[in-house]
Design a protein around this ligand. Structure first.
Ligand code: PLP
Length: 356
């Protein structure tokens, strides 16, 4: 679906990201990442990997080619970004990141979880490796946690062998195989399977792969419905007096609308976020008043679900601390399911009436 030469399923999206990085980085190495990425990935790149000696520098998802290149160090091994960031919904300028990475002899890894390959195929914009949390739309029913790493086969590891010796020199742990020589375009994904899947034990159970395969058959139908619902809900919310702002790249008012039109012309994803005019208290009340939408930390499955970070995942933070980490106190993350858009809107309408 992504147009790669090979892929590996992993036990989670987090493991897909970790595997994609560890296949290139060792202690003493460095990576450059867009700052607009999933919070769990921020933790992985800036705290956990740091403990293993791998450092990260974060740049804006709107950084210019020059700004991205300026963040590269002699020990940088890759550039990382997320097509549509969870939960900020910032759209990445994939071409700029690919151009900068390639000018520095580095591969670009893209987390394409939210749009799925139905709406965006990052390899066509220059990405070298793509990762997903299949836990989201690919599974689609909140059934199994999973992830996948996809290799485009396009990056010329041999041309940059000084940076990637493990890909071009004999692997002592695998009877002297030389990945670029013996596996050609599939060098990266074969190395990941032979070394990391073997050593870290990250194979998903077969039943997860079976269920994922079935879900993928309906993915194009499902994500179009999710995206249509999100567009309609976002347009409706934008007109409501209870709402201070709506964040969805499909809206003409979005600062990322231009990038969405370029990279995601047929749809974006089902997730939107909005800020309640009444701030933290009104947002918490709204969640208690919704009937169809259930309160969940999970996103991107068949049922509409909603999260108010300030009263749940981030409830220990003051309003000032929330703003400092990019979460408005009145911000609600709203994941549109597969229900009729009218039903989702009716649920919001009755909840607004209940808390008025
Ligand atoms: N990438 C993105 C964009 C995500 O939204 C998430 C989870 O929310 C992950 C990766 C991590 O995936 P998982 O929960 O499958 O480990």
């Amino acid at each position: 679906m992504e147009g790669g030469v090979g892929a590996i399923l992993t036990t989670s999206g987090q493991m897909a990201t970790l595997l994609s990085v560890l296949n290139l980085c060792s202690a003493g190495d460095h990576l450059v990442s867009s700052a607009a990425i999933y919070g769990g990935t921020v933790n992985l790149l800036s705290f956990t990997l740091k403990r293993f000696g791998i450092d990260a520098t974060f740049v804006s998802p709107r950084a210019t080619v020059e700004e991205i290149r300026a963040a590269v160090q002699p020990n940088t091994k890759l550039v990382f970004g997320e097509t549509v960031a969870n939960p900020a919904l910032a759209v990445l300028d994939i071409e700029a990141f690919a151009t900068a990475a390639h000018a520095e002899g580095l591969p670009l890894i893209i987390d394409n979880t939210f749009p799925t390959p139905v709406f965006c195929r990052p390899i066509e914009w220059g990405a070298d490796i793509v990762v997903h949390s299949t836990t989201k739309y690919m599974d689609g029913h909140a059934t199994f946690v999973g992830g996948v790493v996809i290799d485009s086969g396009n990056f010329d590891w041999a041309a940059h062998g000084d940076k990637f010796p493990d890909l071009v020199q004999p692997d002592e742990s695998y009877h002297g195989v030389v990945y670029t020589r013996d596996f050609g375009k599939a060098a990266y994904i074969t190395k990941a399977r032979c070394q990391l899947v073997r050593d870290l034990g990250v194979c998903p159970p077969a039943v997860h792969a079976f269920a994922l395969n079935q879900s993928l058959e309906s993915l194009p139908l499902r994500v179009r419905r999710h995206a249509d619902n999100a567009q309609r809900v976002a347009e409706w919310l934008e007109q409501r007096p209870e709402i201070e702002s709506v964040n969805y790249p499909g809206l003409a008012s979005s600062p990322d609308h231009d990038l969405a039109q370029k990279y995601l012309p047929e749809g974006i994803c089902g997730v939107i976020s909005f800020v309640m005019a009444g701030g933290r208290d009104q947002a918490a009340k709204l969640l208690d008043s919704l009937k169809l939408a259930s309160i969940e930390v999970h996103v991107a499955d068949s049922r509409t679900c909603v999260l108010h970070p300030a009263s749940s995942t981030h409830r220990q933070l003051t309003d000032e601390q929330l703003v400092a980490c990019g979460v408005e106190p009145g911000m609600v993350r709203f994941s549109c399911g597969l229900e009729d858009a009218e039903d989702i809107i009716a649920d919001l309408e009755q909840a607004f009436a209940a808390i008025a």
